[in-house]
Design a protein around this ligand. Structure first.
Ligand code: ATP
Length: 319
């Protein structure tokens, strides 16, 4: 293989740059030309492609976001759109492609692979919603960002004897709320994977207050109802002033943690190795700290299991 391409697709995640750097440097190290495709499948269809040099990825391992930019592309979901993309790949002589993104991006990569383009996926999403891998690139950085916010919220909440609902990202996967809840010592965590009981949450807040607790944190995964309405309800029942903080997009930004940089570097290099071995339609993951790779289709079929152990531990430690 003489020329490979790399793109980032879907939502951005801290550590994507470290993954791009690894793909570019591992590719060049192994004597290949590496082309950077801008704005995901959008840039692929429109030929927004440039050759990456060693220096193109200098000074980016520590930066959040993605120097290749990312986008969502409806056209790529159509047969016609993909035909255009495949033609562009041929014109640029790109024989293998590394796609850094989430499950949607992987579904696209699989279609390219079925059409004969050698394609490898790297999991880049803060949500940690890909079941085949223990961790996705960006997840732990997002959890750290949430922890940083919790620390600041605690300072102000303690000064006012308040409770605080902290709404975090994650869509159908509550991992950010759960892990940040455990690490941040949250009093309650509201997740999509578990029924929650508002009366129980209120009882805990009242008991905590009676014990002299100065403040309380309730983690809320997004999409589980209106945080402000939940806050109002809690305030009515407990008589504890309850503020709401919706963290939003700050969770996507920031310098990647050491864990994410190392994960991204390992995965990027493995993706290049797989392409050199002639593999296609596979995704790279990590299980028990060992890199793995598996068929994209099979990987996407695995259902995400809720981490009951972490959830039970969080509850036990927040009594
Ligand atoms: P995130 O988890 O951060 O949202 P993602 O990769 O899941 O990342 P999506 O918006 O679902 O993000 O997908 C990114 C892009 O992948 C889409 O805009 C589209 O171009 C392509 N894609 C998604 N699903 C398919 C599909 N079924 N077939 C072909 N391409 C797809």
């Amino acid at each position: 293989m003489r020329t490979i391409g790399v793109l980032t697709s879907g939502g951005d995640a801290p550590g994507m740059n470290a993954a791009i750097r690894a793909v570019v440097r591992a590719g060049i190290y192994n004597g290949m030309k590496v082309m950077g495709i801008e704005r995901g499948y959008n840039g692929l269809i429109n030929g927004h492609i440039k050759e990456m040099e060693l220096s193109s990825v200098a000074d980016i391992i520590h930066r959040g976001g993605t120097v290749l930019k990312t986008a969502r592309c409806e056209e790529f979901k159509t047969e016609e759109g993909r035909k255009k993309a495949i033609n562009v790949l041929k014109v640029f002589g790109i024989e293998g492609l590394v796609v850094i993104g989430g499950d949607g991006s992987f579904a696209g990569a699989q279609k390219l692979s079925e059409a004969g383009i050698k394609t490898i996926g790297i999991p880049g999403t803060i949500d940690n919603d890909l079941a085949y891998t223990d961790y996705t690139i960006g997840f732990y950085t997002a959890v750290n960002t949430v922890l940083d916010a919790i620390g600041k919220i605690r300072d102000t909440s303690a000064s006012h004897d308040r409770a605080n609902i902290v709404e975090v990202m994650g869509r159908h996967c509550g991992d950010i709320a759960l892990y940040a809840g455990l690490a941040g010592g949250a009093e309650s965590v509201i997740l999509p994977e578990e029924e929650y009981n508002i009366d129980e949450i209120c009882k805990k807040l009242i008991q905590g207050k009676n014990r002299g607790k100065l403040h309380s944190i309730i983690m809320l995964a997004e999409g589980l109802g209106n945080a402000f309405e939940i806050g109002k309800k809690i305030e009515e029942v407990t008589n504890i002033e309850t503020k709401v903080t919706v963290l939003g997009h700050i969770q996507r930004g920031g310098n990647p943690t050491a864990f994410d940089r190392i994960l991204a570097s390992r995965m990027g290099a493995r993706a290049v190795e797989l392409l050199m071995d002639g593999a296609s339609g596979r995704v790279v993951g990590i299980r028990a700290n060992q890199l793995i790779d598996m068929d994209i289709h099979e990987a996407l079929l695995i259902e995400k299991k809720f981490d009951k152990e972490i959830s039970e531990l969080t509850k036990m430690l927040s009594i």
